[in-house]
Design a protein around this ligand. Structure first.
Ligand SMILES: [Zn+2]
Length: 357
């Protein structure tokens, strides 16, 4: 022990540090240095994060949610792609250098739902990373190896970062819940959002007819370019009236919802008898009143959908590998994470915002 200064001894004792985007207080996120994680333990891998996708859940978390149990400071980021940098002593399912995305809900892996592959219905689910507990917006993350999914060749980190939440959620909504089929007609609300743009592309890819709503004419052009058959500017036209006209008064088979009170009852009105409404969000508020006569007389089926299974993430990545790429609005560097959140909150986006490490 010769020559080491006091400062060097402190930093050696503290261990290696890394960058982490950390929520310090409501609406206050800072890029700070924190301790790097220890080597991964049994059953764990360490991932070097390369890209994270922003979602409305980040905006909710950023604004602060009174009812959410969490402790600040909190490392943000709910979906990410990266590269495995170290393995726990017993891990054989992957190797250093593998490109992966991670499932961000800490499921138990042993309950009936987990065993059946319905991960998002886990009976003992712990926390959502980046929301309740530290998330992915840091250089290194230790994860259970069973929660990582390999990225197929040819899919970039940037695109893969959209798989765990945006693509996985839409895959689960359209195909597990609403059971959308080729030849059916779907109404996609807010078609310019990250999940709305994904829904347009996934529905077109199987041969559905897509009617999308958007909030301005520039977004209408972009939604058309993605393949939407009809696009309605909901600010200038009543979408319920236009949908009735477009479907010869029949209505659509499926309504894809995530806007909430502003559009929910209108989306129900657009359904044909026996139609399915699937929702994964409510960005315009929490509550509505609903006509129950209409609900049962029209035999509507309404699906609440949150997250997805690990299988859905694999399916989403396979679709990306086959050419169905996410619509990227903006890439921002790590230090400008908050600019991304502001942009997402302003609803000026078309597609996903990605933060690159
Ligand atoms: Zn479970």
């Amino acid at each position: 022990m010769t020559g080491a200064t006091a400062l060097e001894r402190v930093s050696a004792a503290a261990g290696r540090t890394m960058r982490a985007l950390t929520l310090i207080a409501d609406r206050k996120i800072e890029l700070i240095d924190v301790l790097a994680p220890p080597p991964p333990g049994p059953g764990e891998v360490q991932i070097g994060i390369k890209a994270i996708g922003l979602n409305h859940i980040d905006v909710w978390g950023w604004r602060g949610m009174a009812f959410v149990k969490r402790k600040l400071p909190l490392v943000v980021g709910v979906e990410a792609a990266g590269e495995i940098s170290a393995l726990g002593p017993d891990v054989t399912s992957c190797k250093v250098g593998d490109r992966v995305v991670a499932y961000g809900a800490l499921t138990c892996g042993v309950c009936k739902a987990c065993r059946e592959g319905r991960d998002n219905l886990c009976e003992n689910v712990g926390s959502i990373m980046g929301f309740h507990v530290d998330g992915f917006a840091r250089d290194l993350v230790n994860m259970p190896a069973r929660l990582v999914v390999p990225i197929p060749a040819g899919v970039s980190f940037r695109d893969a970062a959209c798989a765990p939440v945006a693509f996985g959620t839409v895959q689960h909504m359209l195909f597990d819940n609403a059971k959308l089929e080729p030849g059916e007609t779907i109404l996609v609300q807010a078609g310019g959002s990250g999940i709305g743009s994904t829904a347009i592309k996934m529905a077109k890819a199987i041969g559905a007819t897509v009617i999308a709503t958007v909030g301005d004419d520039a977004k209408a052009e972009k939604a058309k370019a993605l393949g939407a058959d009809h696009v309605i500017n909901y600010k200038t036209d009543r979408f319920e009236t236009v949908v009735r006209k477009l479907t010869g008064k029949k209505g659509v088979d499926v309504a894809f919802e995530h806007v909430g009170p502003d559009t929910f009852n209108g989306s129900l009105l657009c359904l044909k008898r026996g139609g399915r409404l699937v929702t994964c969000g409510s960005t315009s508020g929490q509550s509505i009143t609903m006509n129950l006569f209409q609900l049962y007389l029209q035999q509507y089926r309404i699906f609440g959908s949150f997250g997805c299974s690990m299988r859905n993430i694999r399916e989403a990545l396979a679709k990306m590998a086959a050419g169905l790429s996410p619509v990227i609005d903006t890439e921002v560097p790590l230090a400008e994470f908050e600019r991304g959140l502001n942009r997402l909150e302003s609803r000026q986006v078309f597609g996903k915002i990605i933060v690159m490490f």
